[in-house]
Design a protein around this ligand. Structure first.
Ligand code: SF4
Ligand code: SF4
Length: 510
């Protein structure tokens, strides 16, 4: 086995925050029974939504494909339990914009009857890497660390790069969130086997598992699994617990000391990052033939009666999950999907738990937000920014809508971690301003791209019309030349022939 290494890297800025995880990690993962109804959004991943391949009234089995991937970047959706499709309709979902989205609704029969499971690939080394990637494509697996990018496509794109390290990300630095910690404690072997499968698919022989140094149980469980599997290619790397060290670029920097370039990807520095939950999902699909139909989610906060981590079927409503953990406390005021820094508040617990749902956080109080004051240029925000940005400058340019300056000051690299907000003594909602400015920049870029396409269409039409005009002019010129060459007598003969033709035609008419 590889002994855990203690070479702590460094991260610029960031914040040390209270963990608030003791309650939810005090017990083992609890399995939620099959609910009476499951609500499965078609867009649970980055890219194009999946398209339904079932109809209302149809019976489905656990693990059955109910919506297939649509387009290059997309992922399939599978039934999380057996039952009947009762609706394909708009349903409230937890998304950044908080709108409704099309969902497939299954009325569960409680039997949880499985579909004929996909043929497991054991041992996975017996298939070639390309076939393994093709297999992963059909498991509905997406990045469970938050980005929900379809895993197979991410792996396929990475194989074109010269990779050095696979990084399995077990860093969970945001307060309250503990689902990855308990997953590492209780499913370490699956994580390590998932990493081995990914190494084989990527044809790599080096993997780093990044874990924060304040998670001794997880580190020991992973070390035991590595001892068991005798795989020296996989090494545990401990990193400091500073928010936001779990963000993809930051974890790369911490474990390899390589910086992802502005606007770039970890693959630009030879790294591919996958979350520990994704590694387990890959293991479950390749080893057991089970697609991604469940996940571990932290249910916590002082608005929850008994905080814990649960294993829930994808599509279980938040109401059913909260009910399982003993319901809300009298103090419950705010329902957030995700952590306190990056989560999204929702107004109803009818929203379903989806592949991206790592946390259901219920808090008693709305944080006291002071009145926004003018910037005093204290520089606190720049001190904590993990990307080395200058938030106070970005703020000025966001207010002035100065896109060129926002670009040159690197707004595009802002990971919206919220650190600058937390320390700003003037209570300026910097992250919200940056989010809006980024959305405006994206809109502008789309508009520019649309205008460019229209300009190209106009230019090619003009070229075509000019070409046709030139062609017509040349034809006329040719005709004129022929007539001139024939001479006046020939012209007279042509005219007379044409006249006699006209006369004979009119005699026939009579
Ligand atoms: S922390 Fe707030 S007040 Fe201080 S420089 Fe940044 S934006 Fe200005
Ligand atoms: S929200 Fe953006 S600007 Fe603010 S600290 Fe995080 S990365 Fe830096």
């Amino acid at each position: 086995m590889s002994a855990p290494t203690f070479d702590l890297g460094t991260l610029h800025g960031g914040l040390r925050m209270p963990a608030c995880k003791d309650e939810s990690t005090a017990r083992v993962i609890q399995h939620i029974p099959i609910p009476t109804q499951l609500v499965l959004p078609l867009a649970q991943h980055a890219g194009e939504p999946a398209h339904p391949v079932v109809s209302i009234g149809e019976r489905v089995l656990r693990g059955q494909l109910i919506a297939d991937a649509d387009g290059m970047i997309s992922a399939p959706v599978h039934a999380s339990s057996s039952g009947k499709i009762v609706a394909i309709e708009q349903w409230p979902v937890s998304r950044r914009l908080g709108e409704n989205a099309p969902c497939i609704v299954i009325e569960c029969d409680g039997l949880d009857s499985p579909v004929q499971l996909s043929e497991p690939i054991v041992p996975f080394e017996k298939v070639d890497p390309e076939s393994l990637l093709q297999k992963i494509l059909h498991g509905g697996i997406v990045g469970l660390g938050g980005a929900v990018f379809p895993t197979a496509q991410k792996l396929m794109a990475a194989t074109a790069e010269s990779l050095e390290h696979l990084i399995i990300n077990g860093v969970e630095c945001e307060p309250y969130i503990s689902c990855d910690d308990v997953l590492m404690r209780e499913h370490a072997a699956e994580i390590v086997i998932g990493a081995q499968i990914l190494l084989h698919a990527l044809q790599l022989d080096h993997c780093l598992i990044a874990v924060e140094s304040d998670k001794p149980e997880a580190i020991h469980a992973l070390a035991d699994a590595l001892t068991e599997l005798q795989d020296s290619r996989i090494v545990i790397k401990q990193i400091p617990t500073i928010y936001p060290s779990g963000a993809e670029d930051q974890v790369v920097q911490l474990v390899t000391k390589k910086e992802v370039p502005t606007g770039g990807l970890p693959t630009d520095v030879g790294c591919l990052v996958q979350n520990v939950g994704t590694a387990v999902a890959v293991h479950n699909w390749i080893n057991d033939g089970e697609p991604l139909i469940s996940r571990v989610t932290t249910v916590t906060g002082d608005g929850i009666a008994a905080p814990m981590n649960v294993m829930a079927r994808i599509g279980t409503t938040i109401a059913d999950v909260v009910n399982f953990v003993g319901g809300y406390t009298d103090r419950a005021k705010r329902l957030i999907i995700g952590g306190p820094m990056t989560g999204k508040a929702v107004s109803t617990d009818r929203v379903p738990l989806v592949k991206a749902t790592n946390t259901i956080l219920v808090l008693s109080e709305t944080p006291a937000v002071g009145t926004e004051q003018p910037c005093i240029r204290c520089g606190e925000c720049a001190q904590v920014c993990p990307i080395l940005l200058l938030p106070q400058q970005l703020y000025w340019y966001a207010c002035a809508d100065d896109e060129a300056k926002l670009r040159s000051y690197g707004l595009i690299d802002c990971i919206e971690c919220g650190c600058c907000d937390l320390v700003c003594p003037s209570h300026i909602p910097l992250t919200a301003d940056f989010r809006m400015a980024k959305a405006r920049m994206r809109e502008l870029a789309d508009e520019t791209a649309r205008a460019e396409r229209a300009r190209k269409r106009f230019e090619s039409r003009t070229v075509r019309l000019e070409r046709e005009q030139l062609q017509r002019a040349q034809e006329l010129l040719e005709q004129r030349k022929k007539v001139q060459k024939a001479g006046p007598q020939a012209i007279q003969e042509i005219l007379e022939r044409s006249k006699s033709k006209d006369n004979s035609a009119s005699e026939k008419d009579e």
